[in-house]
Design a protein. Structure first.
Length: 264
């Protein structure tokens, strides 16, 4: 994913895309509420992660809505094959991030919607249906949580900084299990979340840095867009092809964590 300055998008287009993305998030909430869960509704993928009927229904409904409103746009999502039409615009979808939490009734799971233009993240929505928390942003419009403006800036931290990371096995899968141990040693207040709650929490000021490791595009694209609009620092580190290792949050803290993770 590109880190350079994104192409300019008109405010009218940003508002139009954001309004539509919000309608997708509303639809996702509706389907989460309507979808019953039972053992028959849940399967385990080859990589050991869960998929539920809710994941599939939400992404299918989103794809149908995008096709009806932006039929020439590309689509990339977790549950179904990508749909490439050669467009400069690409919707990136994760219908339920943290399906394992979802199926066990843990409310920190979320739905993720992002839009890229020529490879640049220009819109993001992180929605937690069970918590009634929605973080969103679009290029040039700033970032917000439930209508309240979000700004991520350096400030004096009371006590030990709270750093939020993905599960340790993701570092192991990426061949860098020792980095999680390094984080835990450096930050005694380290919190582990197996879903996008860490992303929205840091963007709302509840932590100083979020670290995601060995992630897919749909796991991080929405947070990337929100971080850019909220003034957060966002660093994408080297890793295996098709995987993302990202560090974002308050600029000074991001610099410190990046140095910790990249110092051989």
């Amino acid at each position: 994913m590109k880190n350079s300055t994104p192409p300019r998008i008109s405010a009218a287009d940003s508002r139009r895309f954001l309004h539509f993305a919000m309608s997708l998030a509303d639809l996702g909430r509706k389907l989460v509420a309507e979808t019953p869960l039972s053992e028959a509704d849940i399967a385990v993928k080859a990589d050991g992660s869960y998929v539920s009927v809710a994941d599939q229904r939400i992404e299918a409904a989103w794809r149908e809505a995008i096709a009806a409103n932006f039929g020439d746009h590309d689509l990339t999502g977790e549950e179904y094959p990508p749909e490439g039409r050669g467009s400069a615009w690409e919707w990136v979808l994760d219908p339920i991030d943290g399906t394992d939490n979802f199926v066990h009734g843990v409310p920190t799971f979320g739905t993720l919607i992002a839009l890229r233009h020529e490879g640049h993240p220009v819109l993001g929505v992180i929605d937690h249906p069970r918590l009634d928390v929605r973080v969103s942003a679009a290029c040039g419009l700033g970032a917000s949580c439930n209508g309240r403006e979000l700004r991520v800036t350096d400030r004096k931290e009371a006590g030990i900084p709270m750093v939020m990371a993905t599960a340790p096995e993701n570092f192991v899968k990426g061949g860098r299990g020792e980095l999680f141990c390094r984080l835990a040693d450096a930050y005694p207040n380290l919190r582990v979340y197996r879903d996008c709650y860490a992303h929205s929490a840091v963007l709302r000021g509840q932590g100083v840095v979020a670290i995601d490791w060995h992630a897919k595009l749909w796991d991080v694209c929405a947070a990337w867009a929100v971080a850019l609009e909220a003034g957060a620092a966002f660093e994408s580190l080297e890793g295996p092809p098709g995987r993302y290792q990202v560090v974002f949050g308050r600029p000074a803290a991001v610099a410190a964590v990046k140095a910790l993770l990249t110092d051989a």
